[in-house]
Design a protein around this ligand. Structure first.
Ligand SMILES: NC(=O)c1ccc[n+]([C@@H]2O[C@H](COP(=O)([O-])OP(=O)(O)OC[C@H]3O[C@@H](n4cnc5c(N)ncnc54)[C@H](O)[C@@H]3O)[C@@H](O)[C@H]2O)c1
Length: 305
């Protein structure tokens, strides 16, 4: 691999399994010392063991992201174990999928606490450390297609993931002078999380049996394994991505993509402002043909390969 992260250190939240484990292993394989974080002590230790077996360096912090204490502990552990923190990947996440009218306060709060607050508190702790050290840094956040488009049954998750991309764009402005880049990866991969989505249950089972995935799955659905996503995180963690900041970058299976910032699709002006009748007319004349659908649109999984 041409990317060399030797002498650098990284924190990867939620890296006991799935995408986080793939990020942690790939960063360690590129030479970084990695702080593995998860709420599950066994899986966190398994990731550390896998990294060490590959000849890499890793330590585990078993604690839930969300509270400030965990964020401080993650940065302190990186400093203690590796002398510094260069890269933060805020990957930890949970799903509590329900339609709006069945979403409980507890489920909403857990998803927002883990994704949105967990990203905020860990990034804040990392930014404080990186700014004080004055050598720049890399912060890689994790969005989702659900946050980019909205998705049926994912009120809390779509809200948290959209908020995370908004924070990436905001922090890219605030941290630019310190040489810290902030980008959001928008991943798709077959993991325990995807296997809970009914439409992907069969694909996930086939993947687990080691069967090759059809082209429609790897390309249009952008679904492969976690190892198909990890190279983007390695590149964003490296000096090679200097100058790339505030971006939302999609990756999964065979697909790599760049998301736009939401744009105004049409603009019209009315001297003195608008009344409801004028808006109704402008809607008909200017905007109705520009309306965009909500939701993720994908071809059926039984389409020809
Ligand atoms: N798999 C996909 O297709 C996909 C798509 C879009 C976004 N994502 C995002 O990628 C990230 C990883 O997803 P995955 O598919 O690997 O899921 P996963 O469920 O396999 O792994 C998530 C990990 O986070 C850990 N975790 C949960 N709550 C935590 C907390 N409070 N603190 C620390 N760790 C915690 C879990 O124990 C688990 O190890 C998530 O943010 C997810 O929303 C995944």
């Amino acid at each position: 691999m041409s990317i060399d992260l030797t002498e650098k250190s990284a924190v990867v939240t939620g890296s006991g399994q799935g995408l986080g484990r793939a990020y942690a292993r790939a960063l360690a394989a590129a030479g970084a010392g990695v702080v593995v974080n998860d709420v599950n002590p066994d899986s966190a230790q398994e990731t550390v063991d896998a990294i060490v077996a590959d000849g890499g360096m890793a330590v585990a912090v078993v604690a839930p992201v969300g509270p400030t204490e965990t964020a401080d502990q993650l940065v302190a552990t990186a400093v203690e174990a590796f002398g510094r923190l260069d890269v933060l990947v805020t990957n930890a996440g949970v799903l509590r999928d329900r339609v709006l009218w069945k979403t409980s306060d507890e489920d909403f709060d857990l998803v927002v606490q883990t994704h949105l607050r967990g990203t905020f508190t860990t990034a804040r702790a990392a930014a404080v450390h990186m700014r004080e050290r004055g050598e720049g840094g890399r912060i890689v956040l994790v969005g989702s297609p659900a946050g980019q488009h909205g998705n049926f049954g994912q009120t809390s998750y779509a809200a948290a993931k959209a908020g995370i991309v908004a924070m990436a764009r905001t922090w890219s402005l605030e941290l630019a002078r310190a040489g810290i880049t902030v980008n959001a990866v928008v991943p798709t991969a077959i993991t325990a999380m995807t296997a809970t989505i009914p439409v992907y249950a069969e694909v996930a089972a086939a993947y687990d049996r080691g069967e090759p995935l059809p082209r429609v799955v790897r390309q249009e659905h952008a679904l492969g394994g976690p190892q198909d996503v990890a190279p983007l995180v390695v590149w964003l963690a490296s000096d090679a991505s200097a100058g790339v900041t505030g971006q939302a970058i999609g990756i999964g299976g065979d697909k790599l993509s760049l998301y736009s910032v939401p744009q105004e699709l049409g603009v019209t002006f009315r001297e003195g402002g608008w009344d409801a009748d004028a808006i109704a007319e402008a809607w008909q004349d200017t905007f109705s043909s520009l309306q965009q659908p909500s939701g993720i649109t994908l071809p059926p999984l039984d389409a020809p390969a």
